[in-house]
Design a protein around this ligand. Structure first.
Ligand code: BDR
Ligand code: CA
Length: 306
């Protein structure tokens, strides 16, 4: 199996992404790191452990990372994920405390041992800090798969996607790092929706499935309000799915620049599809998705956990 570390801020779709990773024999989830984003660092760290508890993955170390952005600290996404960051299911408190070291150090420890794929599904603060503090280990990052950004519309402002908007300076550092980056953005996540019917059907499959059904029931309320339908994207799980089955997404190598100004486009991923800037490509940008394949993979694997 391919060794991966997931850096996350659970979050409903982060929770499903973690479950998908644990359920997939193609991956070895060696560690989980957390970053403030959908909720405060304490809450998302507790949530990561609570999700691993649901799937009995208490052998996977969890370390907490940045509790704020590099320069500015964004507001949590309470409107989408609720007061706890994981509203909906009735989950017990976490069974354990996080590891007594910073996320960046847990990343370094693991990368010293072997090359890894990093899957970043929250704001990019930890990844930016890691690159800055451990330049000698950057060669050990085989691939960095990011859920974030969009060629088209944003979801938190008209221009910006949440993870990039939450810490644009960190995203800027990451996108200019020269790492092998894949950007799984809203252009594809919004074309691979999980319907209420498919989510509800998971309830019958067992405990993990019932938790996902409860997660979706809460998460879809926001989508009903803003987008007018109960189908929801499962952004973060699509990034994990791409590492399991690369063909689930089609990418193009393109130049991406992060808007770190303070105007209305702050946090936008400016993707130069027409080559107008002459800048070299710095990311594999997702442009198409096998939506049915993704939803079948996600729901099938979650059902297999239960
Ligand atoms: C991203 O923002 C968060 O709310 C989700 O967990 C996902 O990582 C989608 O824009
Ligand atoms: Ca997330």
């Amino acid at each position: 199996p391919k060794p991966v570390i997931i850096d996350c801020d659970p979050g409903h779709d982060d929770a499903m992404a973690l479950m998908l990773a644990v359920a997939s024999p193609e991956l070895e989830l060696v560690a989980v790191t957390t970053v403030a984003g959908n909720q405060t660092l304490d809450k998302v760290t507790a949530n990561a452990i609570r999700v691993l508890d649901v799937v009995q993955a208490d052998h996977i170390p969890v370390a907490a990372g940045a509790d704020r952005g590099l320069i500015h600290t964004a507001e949590a996404a309470g409107e989408v994920h609720g007061e706890t960051g994981l509203d909906g299911p009735d989950l017990p408190p976490p069974s354990r405390a996080p590891e007594p070291l910073h996320a960046v150090e847990l990343l370094a420890q693991n990368l010293r041992e072997r090359p890894l794929t990093l899957i970043a599904i929250g704001p990019l603060t930890n990844i930016a800090l890691f690159i800055a503090t451990h330049p000698e280990l950057r060669g050990q990052i085989e691939k960095l798969v990011i859920m974030g950004g969009a060629i088209g519309l944003g979801n938190v402002t008209p221009s910006a996607e949440f993870n990039v908007w939450a810490d644009p300076e960190a995203a800027h550092r990451v996108f200019t790092s020269g790492l092998d980056i894949t950007m799984v953005g809203l252009d594809v996540t919004h074309r691979a929706m999980l319907s209420a019917e498919r989510a509800d059907a998971l309830r019958e499959t067992g405990h993990a499935g019932a938790v996902v059904a409860d997660l979706h029931r809460f998460y879809r309320q926001f989508h009903e309000k803003v987008y007018g339908h109960s189908d929801t994207p499962v952004h973060d799980a699509l990034a994990v799915a791409h590492v399991i089955v690369p063909e689930v997404i089609t990418t193009q190598q393109l130049p991406v620049e992060i808007d770190i100004t303070h105007g209305p486009s702050r946090g936008r991923t400016v993707v130069d599809q027409l080559g107008r800037t002459g800048a070299p490509a710095n990311a594999h940008v997702s442009v198409d998705v096998d939506a049915a394949g993704f939803i079948d993979l996600l729901t099938g694997r979650i059902a297999s956990l239960s």
